[in-house]
Design a protein around this ligand. Structure first.
Ligand SMILES: [Zn+2]
Length: 218
């Protein structure tokens, strides 16, 4: 009679039944979780895995929301500034162009990459991965795009950009007539959608689904 997995020692378990903590490297049995349950490391308390209900549907809705907000967030005015009789409408894109035209080309390129190009690429990678899982096709493509997404993760810096905008608003508010534009609301909406997406798109469910486990994304 075959012995159950629970009764076997860790060294006799197949790799897919094992889980290592990202923080303290503790090796343990992979817990089976119900919807909206999570498992934490018994040694350091790090959140190991979380199982989101309807992960693909919810994540797709958030990716599409973020993509819809992307264009107005970057191209609609974040603020309208009136100083010494001159009025300017500042957008994220006009900020990049302004930096470039004043000779700060490296800074302009960095702002362009971290606040516009990489956040867009991250969203497109997530969209491709979710579509691959939803339709059960091109899993290799899904795996490739999810790897690219993990590489890009550290480089999208919308939070830093938002902090910069808020600091600029606080500093300028006494010196000039300043009106907050609809672009700022879209930018904050984009940031919130991205953070919510990171929380909803549980990475272990994505990897399981890309590996062919249909239950992972239920
Ligand atoms: Zn740990």
């Amino acid at each position: 009679m075959p012995d159950s997995l629970e009764s076997r020692p860790l060294s006799a378990l197949p790799l897919e039944e094992l889980l290592a903590c990202h923080e303290c490297d503790l090796l343990m049995r992979r817990p089976s979780l119900g919807e909206e349950q999570k498992a934490c490391c018994p040694r350091c308390g790090y959140e190991l895995v979380v199982h989101r209900a309807h992960m693909v549907r919810r994540s797709l809705a958030l990716v599409i929301t973020a993509l819809l907000l992307y264009v107005p967030a970057n191209f609609l005015p974040i603020m309208r500034l009136t100083l010494l009789g001159q009025t300017t409408h500042d957008t994220v894109w006009s900020g990049v162009v302004g930096l470039y035209e004043t000779g700060m080309r490296t800074v302009a390129a960095l702002v362009l990459l971290c606040s516009m190009v990489i956040p867009l690429l991250k969203l497109l990678c997530q969209l491709v991965v979710l579509l691959c899982i939803r339709h059960g096709v091109a899993r290799r493509t899904g795996i490739l795009f999810y790897r690219v997404y993990h590489r890009l993760r550290e480089w999208g810096m919308l939070e830093v950009y938002l902090m910069g905008i808020l600091v600029a608003i606080v500093k300028l508010i006494d010196m000039a007539e300043l009106h907050v534009g609809v672009g700022l609301a879209c930018f904050i909406g984009l940031l919130l959608a991205q953070v919510w997406l990171e929380v909803t798109m549980s990475s272990h469910q994505v990897w399981d689904a890309l590996e062919g486990d249909a239950d992972a994304c239920a």
